[in-house]
Design a binder for this molecule. Structure first.
Ligand SMILES: Nc1ncnc2c1ncn2[C@@H]1O[C@H](COP(=O)(O)OP(=O)(O)O)[C@@H](O)[C@H]1O
Ligand SMILES: [Mg+2]
Length: 271
């Protein structure tokens, strides 16, 4: 993103969005035995916005997104979806509520091609009469639609994904997460280990999801590039709680890093 800070852009909208969030987690507590991983963490995600979750190792980012995704059940706190209390205590609860997650390991099968990976575990199957055979042609049509909607038509649908670059694999994992039209997508470190240009392509793809009206939550350590340039709002976590909130267009990477390590107590510039 090269938008100037003073240039009106779509990024002005969501950060001041007062509409009901797609999902809202409030005052979440979570312990693992004697480890108190979340101590009253909160996060809101609105339609059309990209929220970055940042913090040092151990700050609780992964635990918070796992609570969001139903991988961990919170010990206490509120979880609301579009303004209504929701029970999200398993991954299938989260899926039912339209929350999709792209984990850092991507969970792609390297020996399979893009179409097979997109439909992994939920292939469109033929009627029982035909032995429930996977309808490859139909999957391919659907895959092609999704890839072209995401401007990924240049990606081969038939090459094993193991032969693809890190950026291409990340894009396929993101395409798979939106195939079933979720409302919220959670991404864990989507630009880690990517070249600058591949990271920019992934950032552009993530922006296009938000432009389509999805809410996006991104855990990222890529503060100086991705976080400050390609997100709308930044939640800084420290010791299991929120330490600061920023509008991405108002801050420098240095300010965010300061908040991560303990400067700017309780800063809230997100409005
Ligand atoms: N499954 C688990 N069992 C025990 N402790 C955990 C587990 N998951 C996370 N923790 C602990 O919770 C704290 C927060 O971890 P995490 O959410 O992974 O932080 P981050 O993603 O910000 O690095 C850390 O002290 C970590 O060791
Ligand atoms: Mg983590």
């Amino acid at each position: 993103m090269t938008a100037q800070a003073d240039e009106p852009s779509a990024r002005d909208g969501p950060a001041t969005n007062s509409s009901v969030p797609l999902i809202s987690l409030r005052n979440i507590q979570k312990s693992f035995g004697s480890v108190h991983a979340l101590r009253g963490a909160s996060v809101d995600v609105h339609a059309g916005e990209i929220v970055a979750l940042v913090g040092d190792n151990g700050a609780g980012k992964s635990t918070l997104v796992k609570v969001m995704a139903g991988v961990h059940a919170a010990d206490s706190g509120e979880y609301e979806i579009e303004g209504r209390p929701a029970i999200v205590r398993t991954p299938s609860d989260a899926t039912k509520h339209g929350i999709a997650t792209v984990y850092q390991d991507l969970a792609l099968c390297n020996n399979l091609d893009a179409v097979q990976n997109l439909f992994l575990g939920r292939e469109l199957t033929g009627s029982r009469l035909f032995g429930g055979r996977i309808r490859r042609a139909e999957c391919e049509v659907r895959a092609r639609e999704v890839m072209s909607r995401m401007r990924l038509s240049n990606l081969s649908l038939s090459r094993p994904v193991g032969a693809m670059s890190g950026g291409q694999r990340q894009n396929i994992a993101i395409a798979r997460s939106v195939l079933w039209k979720p409302k919220v997508v959670i991404l864990d470190e989507p630009t880690a280990a990517l070249s600058h240009s591949a990271a920019q392509q992934v950032a552009d793809l993530i922006r296009s999801l938000a432009d389509d009206g999805l809410g996006v939550v991104v855990v990222s350590h890529d503060i100086h590039h991705f976080v400050v340039n390609s997100t709308d709002r930044i939640e800084v976590m420290r010791l299991g709680a929120n330490a600061a909130s920023f509008r991405s267009k108002d801050v420098t990477g240095e300010m965010v890093v300061n908040a991560m390590v303990g400067g700017n107590e309780g800063v809230n510039l997100a409005g």
